[in-house]
Ligand binder design. Structure first.
Ligand code: NAP
Length: 541
């Protein structure tokens, strides 16, 4: 807190709860708090609601979860009122949905937009969070609820010379609101994660020329997006409750689950037939609705990886480009699997070129383009599809300080410590929606978000009913949860790979597997059991 504010020259508003963020999580949190009669205020850095879908306006941005699951379940009326146009809706449609939700439930007035939280300090004498924004707001609250997303802290890599670049540059996660027209331009895209893989085919169709700068080739599975017919829409609405119930208890919050079958138990012909059948369906089901051993047994994983490598060879005409695009050296699925629409085929276009940065690394950005170890590639625009400081990044930048003035980022120097991915010791009455140690990013986010917000609000109701004013995990519960999260990850192939799940994409970030990989349904059961046992693992005082 600045001296001026600490001296109390600005009046502090007093509410029961502060919510940070107006995406899927923040909107629902405000909806629930209001229903409970708790006074609240929301702060949102963006100029409107939407969170991820407010910021990620890059060409081709769309959901990787099907529309009928990538949405709220809390209101049957909303489910019936809103009609999705297609299987995987684009950014604009999802943003319209969230705007509709904000309008329908009158949630906007709860938020101050264009307002960035810069400090949240726990006042131990008064058991209150003192929250301060860059815009000068000061609010005191008993509860602090962060709803800042897991992938909202965009990372532009430190490449020398960016400031000298004569063209325009963009980050996919911070895309301008006005139309960006690449027609007639020479464009470079750095990065081939989900954002790169979604945007590259679209930019290639618009730009005069596209150069893709690839550091690590990625596996990708076809999305097979398609419009929904009116019959399909009606059928989905009829069955929506059942679909939702399946999602709630499934491994990744989807209406399908891993088959109780090992890939290794099948003959090569049976395996190929099953892989082909799931490939034809499109979407994550190919990996996460298939064999249970793919992400735990390297031999099974190799079979899946080889299948996709074959698909890449089939799709890409030039053998050398196909070779460069073919991932090797890490198990498939251990970097978040992208879904694509003709990503690999895009490299058959005359106006698209692939540069393999493992062979010819970027040395600098220069006024007219990007200089690699062998050439200068002339560019009018650069797109950074270089990802995010995942899960901990959005929380660390809020300026959160708990007991004894200890900063959250200081506590987490060696990696995040949480109980259930929701709370962290030393920071009483702080609740993180989809924090590190929660399943969140390993599946359908809205499923996770609703479960977390429901758990938090039930907990607040319990605290109110029992007269408790302070909620904090015990040291034992936090340590056990951390060990459990780590142990589960160690039983999979994930820790072998440099990925954002492991914090490996951010220089200096501790190498720790960030989410809980025990499955959404299992996690929900654990949370229910914790609540039923009087919020076991928490100290209520
Ligand atoms: P990402 O998966 O972290 O990918 C970043 C890419 O940039 C990687 O290819 C990375 O290469 C490359 N890169 C980073 N720094 C670089 C550097 N200095 N030089 C060259 N290349 C560099 O980020 P993302 O694609 O934005 O996706 C992040 C996550 O957001 C996804 O995994 C997903 O969970 C979510 N997302 C979801 C959707 C959706 O659901 N529709 C869409 C987009 C994103 P390396 O692999 O070598 O590090």
């Amino acid at each position: 807190m600045s001296d001026v504010h600490a001296a109390g020259t600005l009046p502090a508003r007093r509410v029961d709860a502060v919510v940070i963020g107006a995406g899927f999580a923040g909107l629902y949190a405000v909806y629930k708090l209001r229903a409970m009669g708790l006074s609240h205020v929301g702060f949102e850095q963006g100029g409107g609601v939407g969170g991820t879908w407010y910021w990620n306006r890059y060409p081709g941005a769309s959901s990787d979860s099907e529309s009928w699951v990538y949405s709220y379940t809390f209101s049957p009326e909303l489910e019936q009122a809103w009609t999705w146009s297609c299987r995987f809706p684009g950014q604009a449609e999802i943003l319209s949905y969230l705007e509709h939700v904000a309008e329908r439930f009158d949630l906007r007035p709860a938020f101050s937009f264009n307002t960035r939280v810069i400090a949240a300090v726990f006042d131990e004498a008064r058991n209150l969070w003192q929250v301060e924004t860059a815009q000068g707001d000061r609010v005191e609250a008993q509860f602090l609820i962060t709803a800042v997303g897991c992938l909202s802290s965009a990372q532009v890599p430190q490449i020398p010379g960016l400031e000298s670049f004569g063209g325009k540059w963009y980050h996919t996660g911070h895309w301008p609101h006005e139309d960006v027209d690449f027609s007639g331009l020479k464009v470079g895209v750095i990065g081939t994660g989900s954002s790169g893989i979604q945007s590259i085919p679209v930019i290639a169709r618009q730009a005069a020329h596209l150069t893709v700068f690839q550091r690590t080739p990625n596996f990708s599975v076809p999305a097979r997006n398609a419009p929904l017919s009116s019959e399909q829409q009606a059928e989905l609405k009829r069955n929506i409750r059942e679909i939702r119930e399946t999602c709630r208890w499934s491994t990744i919050g989807q209406p399908y689950d891993l088959k109780p079958v090992d890939a290794l138990s099948l003959s090569p012909a049976e395996l190929r037939a099953q892989f082909e059948a799931d490939w034809a369906k499109g979407g994550f089901e190919w990996m996460f609705g298939s064999f249970r051993d793919l992400l735990v047994d390297p031999r099974a994983n190799a079979l899946a990886a080889d299948f996709v490598r074959g698909k890449i060879r089939d799709a890409v005409t030039d053998p050398d480009t196909a070779r460069k695009l073919t991932p090797t050296g890490y198990p498939i699925g251990t970097k978040r699997l992208p879904l694509d629409a003709d990503y690999f085929e895009t490299f058959n276009r005359d106006n698209v070129r692939l540069i393999d940065l493992r062979e010819t690394p970027i040395e600098a950005i220069v006024p007219d383009g990007i200089r690699t170890s062998v050439e200068t590639v002339s560019l009018d625009a650069i797109v950074f599809a270089t990802g995010f400081d995942a899960m901990t990044g959005p929380l660390n930048r809020l300026g959160i300080r708990g007991r004894g003035g200890v900063g959250l980022s200081a506590k987490w120097t060696a990696g995040p410590q949480t109980y259930l991915g929701l709370c962290t010791r030393g920071f009483p009455n702080l609740f993180m929606v989809t924090g590190p140690g929660s399943p969140s990013v390993l599946g359908n986010m809205p499923t996770s978000i609703e479960q977390h917000v429901d758990f938090i609000c039930d907990f607040l109701a319990h605290a109110r009913a029992t007269g408790a004013t302070l909620i904090e995990p015990t040291a034992e519960a936090e340590a056990e949860w951390g060990a459990h999260v780590k142990e589960l990850a160690a039983g999979t192939l994930f820790p072998q790979t440099d990925s954002w799940y492991m914090g490996a994409n951010i220089p200096g970030k501790p190498r720790v597997f960030l989410p809980y990989i025990g499955g959404f349904g299992t996690y929900r059961q654990l949370c229910q059991a914790v609540a039923e046992r009087g919020y076991e693992g928490f100290c209520l005082s």
